[in-house]
Design a protein around this ligand. Structure first.
Ligand code: GTP
Ligand code: MG
Length: 279
């Protein structure tokens, strides 16, 4: 079983809190695309209840037993570390040996956001050319597209635009959050990392993506990154659902919501962070 994320559970203090709050307020009111120049840090991933859209808060106060699922698709060159990133997050392990993904694979990860259960369905796709047509069949309906490159192999960054273009082609315009993720942070020196990140942030801007750097080996930024993914996807899908539904609140619970059998969730009135629940 996964442990609760200690970073997310511990209260923020002092400068961290201010930074976090400022980032969140920015993140709440400014679309991710506009923020793409920002370099996200673990502190930026916290999302408090009051920062969610009022419609979303109201919907969940009235319907705390609903469970929502969002689809996440992870793309990028072979060997960049897509599977390792997902395995570090979902299974908290790391394998030094390379085992190429054949076609696609997926994991479901449970979250609790503002006291509400929420699932991410994370699709891991193969980077090898020969599997591309199998993998691309699974791009459709992605609420989040994560384009991955290897911080230690700059060429893989050049290819991210093509991966993103392929994934976007299968989705409605402006329907997906886009992330650009540099992996294997542990393999590069601070100077190389900094240089590559400058280039990556430039790419992220063009791709209208949010940039993160992580290490599946050490776990650096991995939980924080997926918590950010979950918080943004959750809010966006809720707002979309509410906007697309005449009568808004009256219709909550239809569409792709899954009703839980029993009401296991209490929505607390105080500040509630995004937290990871057991696998
Ligand atoms: N040092 C280090 N090695 C990593 C990291 N992430 C992945 N690797 C290694 O890089 C290799 C490739 O990782 P995978 O996760 O299998 O790569 P992939 O992108 O899923 O590859 P395909 O499935 O072929 O598309 C493996 O040997 C991993 O152990 C990391 O953060 N640090
Ligand atoms: Mg793989």
């Amino acid at each position: 079983m996964c442990q609760d994320n200690p970073v997310l559970d511990k209260p923020c203090e002092g400068a961290f809190y201010l930074f976090s709050l400022a980032s969140l307020i920015l993140a709440r009111f400014v679309p991710a695309a506009v923020l793409s120049f920002q370099w996200y840090t673990p502190e930026a991933c916290l999302q408090f209840k009051e920062h969610f859209h009022a419609q979303v808060r109201t919907a969940f106060c009235n319907n705390p037993g609903m469970l929502k699922i969002s689809k996440v698709v992870v793309v990028g060159d072979l060997y960049v570390g897509k599977t390792s990133l997902i395995n570090r997050f979902c299974k908290d392990n790391f394998d030094r040996d390379y085992k190429a993904t054949i076609g696609v694979d997926f994991e479901i990860e449970r979250f609790e956001i503002i006291g509400v259960p929420y699932n991410l369905q994370i699709w891991d796709t193969a980077g090898q050319e020969k599997f591309k047509c199998i993998a691309s069949a699974y791009y459709r309906g992605a609420e989040v597209i994560i384009t991955v490159f290897d911080l230690a192999d700059i060429q893989t960054l050049d290819h991210t635009k093509q991966w993103l273009e392929d994934a976007l082609r299968e989705n409605e315009p402006d329907s997906s959050f886009i992330f650009l993720v540099g992996t294997k942070k542990d393999l590069v020196s601070d100077a190389v990392c900094e240089r590559t990140e400058l280039e990556a942030i430039r790419f992220a801007k063009e791709m209208q993506a949010e940039y993160w750097s992580v290490s599946a080996k050490t776990g650096e930024n991995v939980k924080e990154f997926f918590s950010r993914v979950a918080a943004l996807a959750f809010e966006q899908s809720m707002i979309k659902e509410l906007e697309n539904t005449p009568g808004h609140r009256a219709q909550i619970g239809e569409g792709n919501f899954i009703k839980l059998e029993k009401n296991i969730v209490e929505v607390p009135e105080d500040n509630t962070q995004v937290s990871l629940s057991c696998c």
